[in-house]
Design a protein around this ligand. Structure first.
Ligand code: ADP
Ligand code: MG
Length: 682
């Protein structure tokens, strides 16, 4: 057996299972060794029947006293039972719909059972336990790995493959940590880590293995990010001749905040520097990032280059298109729109104009990346709300330029420092930490179902004062828990029963883009009083007259998402409100939502969210554009992250291209890590 041995050569793996394994990314023994358990079951301690505790699953060694009998309870339900004994007593073992047990358990033999012992008076019972013959035990009497699974792949199957693989191949896993790095931090070898992450000798060995793997992963990632950054600073960029930002500011209908002005100056300096700009502008919702983007496009145009601005949703692309067209009209900059839902003929027209250089600023969705979209002379790439795009998409847009373009990334997601270091490790960062003047913070309240009537009255009051209202619900369709307010049904109820005299409309992600646009346009035009919506209004949408947001089932949302949502109000000159409705009584939930009512600082909220939910949920599945982490947990492993980043910096200083022979395995792994998520090394 070698690392390259195909899993389908194992006797237990037929074509169907091989296919299921492939879904998990598992084709070879090597893949399997890098597939880490998500949890462990401690099956080391063996209890007697009488002494087995009830609260948790435990191992019990017992003799099968009688041959198991199967009986049919009703159609589709069989039960197989037998009695087992040891010196301390006896227990009934019961299996549902597992007829094979009749042949798997032999009377008179000893087995180790793993499961929860239920005690009812003098009667003890084990239901659906896992079991193995005592003299051939592989998965009991040890710490058992629990792997992430998929349909057709059971944990026993994976563990059964992992065990021989680890036994024969752990020593072949290449140690990519340079030995000075490994020894300097007293980390175990790759072989030890591999053995003990899959089948830990004991809890301590597991901790030792995990410490190394977490470090290794964060170290590799840090090397990759540092590598990207250094490669970029070496590249030559187009020089956009310096133009005074003041000339642009004169075009704005407002005077900029100090932070906006600083951001624009930095952008100007970047683009004049001779290196490609790679700047992240991070600013809370409503801080005025669009004007910074407009300034960048204006500078590009002055240098005779085209710009492209990519937004994550059609709604947002439209809104940017409108805002920027209006803002830039006096400058003669020609703005074009390109989105996936446009008619083919329209698209062709815009594409032709782009290729001919008749559009200076293309605003759109990822349609801007499509094959066949060509630019006459793309010099500036802007992405809005970056956490929704991956590193790969950012570079895909850049690759449409003939020379490396300037890149401006805008994000409204305040990102905790630890994550920002990783995700934006290859970017310079500007923080817009100032809101335009005259904004009063949104007042936020948490209410239960008992206050629903009062909440409706509050909606009515706001509308009577000329304001508009958002009502946000988490789900589009009934079904995902029926107590959820499904947006369509709920909108109907509101329109017909609660607010028959108001103009109520709804919008959700399953509507056609065109329908969505129409509703959003009507809302921003003031023709709708109450907009019932899912989270499609989450990013970027700007309707200053909307002064109240009600969030139904607020406990369903993470803090960062609530913050994004709340940013839709408080954009005009009126006092704005956010009302969280939740009937959830759990103390943690109450505390989380209470916290939200008490702070408006996006960074604090983000830190709290990360702490409570971890990075996966923080961004939603794979939205951060980072390679998937197998071992590390960014929320919990911050200290290790800092160490790993320092180690990566030290190493790259000494060998910037990682070309020394002892660094080759590391370079290889860095490539692999990033290759899984887009070819940013090409
Ligand atoms: P962001 O994209 O950062 O969430 P926007 O660029 O959409 O914020 O700006 C939010 C609102 O504030 C817009 O209506 C915009 O016209 C307005 N705005 C931006 N900058 C200023 C400023 N300096 N003074 C007054 N209003 C501003
Ligand atoms: Mg914005």
């Amino acid at each position: 057996m070698e690392l390259g041995t195909l899993l389908q050569t194992f006797p237990s793996i037929g074509p169907a299972r091989a296919k299921a394994l492939k879904k998990l990314g598992l084709e070879t023994v090597g893949d399997l060794l890098l597939y880490y358990p998500r949890a462990y079951e401690d099956r080391t301690k063996i209890y007697s029947i009488a002494a087995a505790p009830q609260e948790e699953a435990v191992c019990v060694s017992a003799l099968v006293a009688e041959a198991p009998r199967t009986s049919r309870i009703r159609k589709g339900l069989t039960v197989t039972k037998c009695r087992v004994v040891d010196g301390s007593g006896s227990a009934q073992v019961t299996f549902f719909n597992q007829d094979y047990v009749r042949y798997a358990l032999t009377a008179g033999e000893s087995y180790i059972f793993y499961g929860r012992m239920e005690v009812m008076g003098r009667h003890r019972q084990l239901t659906n336990p896992v079991f193995e013959r005592e003299d051939r035990a592989r998965f009991t009497g040890r710490i058992m790995p629990v792997y992430p699974l998929t349909a057709g792949v059971s944990n026993n199957l994976l563990a059964g493959l992992a065990l021989p693989s680890v036994e024969s191949c752990a020593h072949l896993v290449s140690d990519q940590l340079p030995s000075e790095v490994r020894l300097g931090r007293k980390l175990c070898t790759a072989e030890y880590a591999c053995c003990n992450v899959h089948f830990p000798a004991d809890q301590e060995a597991l901790a030792v293995a995990r410490r190394r793997l977490v470090f290794e992963e964060l170290f590799t990632l840090s090397c990759g990010m540092a590598f990207l950054r250094s490669r970029r600073t070496e590249a030559r960029g187009r020089v956009f001749p310096d133009r005074p930002v003041e000339d642009f500011l004169a075009l704005l209908p407002f005077s900029p905040t100090g932070a906006q002005r600083r951001a624009m100056e930095e952008v100007r300096a970047d683009m004049a520097s001779g290196r490609p700009m790679n700047r992240l502008v991070q600013g809370d919702v409503g801080s005025g990032k669009t004007a910074v983007a407009a300034c960048a496009a204006w500078l590009a145009k002055a240098a005779g280059a085209q710009s492209a601005m990519m937004a994550p949703t059609e709604i947002l692309a439209h809104q940017h298109y409108e805002t920027l067209s209006a803002l830039l009209a006096p400058t003669g900059i020609r703005v074009g729109l390109l989105t996936g839902s446009m008619k083919a003929a329209e698209k062709r027209k815009v594409q032709a104009a782009l290729a001919a250089g008749e559009i200076d600023l293309a605003v759109g969705t990822h349609a801007l990346l499509s094959q066949g979209v060509e630019y006459a002379d793309l010099g500036l790439v802007i992405t809005d709300e970056q956490h929704r795009f991956g590193v790969g998409q950012r570079s895909a847009l850049s690759s449409k330029a003939k020379t490396p373009p300037h890149v401006l990334v805008m994000s409204a997601t305040p990102i905790p420092r630890t994550l920002a270091l990783l995700i934006y490790g290859d970017l310079e960062v500007t923080i817009i930490d100032e809101l335009p003047p005259g904004r009063t913070p949104v007042e936020t309240y948490l209410v239960g179902e008992d206050k629903r009537e009062r909440m409706y009255n509050f909606v009515r009051k706001n509308v009577s004062q000329g304001r508009q209202v958002y009502i946000i619900c988490p789900a589009v369709e009934e079904g995902e828990g029926s107590e959820l307010k499904a947006v369509t049904a709920y909108a109907k109820e509101l329109a017909e029963k609660v607010f028959p005299d108001l103009r109520v409309a709804f919008v959700h992600g399953k509507l056609k883009a065109r329908e969505k646009e129409a509703v959003m346009a009507a809302f921003s035009g003031g023709d709708i009083d109450v907009l019932v919506s899912t989270t499609v209004v989450e990013v970027g949408v700007d309707v200053p007259n909307a002064a109240l947001m009600v969030i139904e089932n607020a406990d369903r949302f993470g803090l960062s998402q609530l913050h994004q949502l709340r940013g839709r109000v408080g954009r005009g000159k009126w006092q704005s409100y956010c009302v969280l409705v939740s009937g959830n009584r759990s103390p943690e939930t109450r505390e989380r939502l209470k916290y939200f009512t008490q702070t408006t600082d996006g960074f604090k909220i983000a830190e709290k969210d990360l702490e409570l939910r971890g990075p996966g949920d923080f961004f939603g599945q794979r939205q951060h554009g980072l390679p998937t982490l197998r071992a590390a947990d960014l929320a919990g492993d911050t200290r290790v992250l800092k160490e790993a980043q320092q180690a990566a910096r030290d190493l790259l200083e000494q060998d910037p291209t990682l070309s020394q022979p002892e660094h080759r395995p590391l370079m290889e792994r860095v490539r692999q890590l990033f290759a899984e998520d887009g070819d940013i090394f090409n």
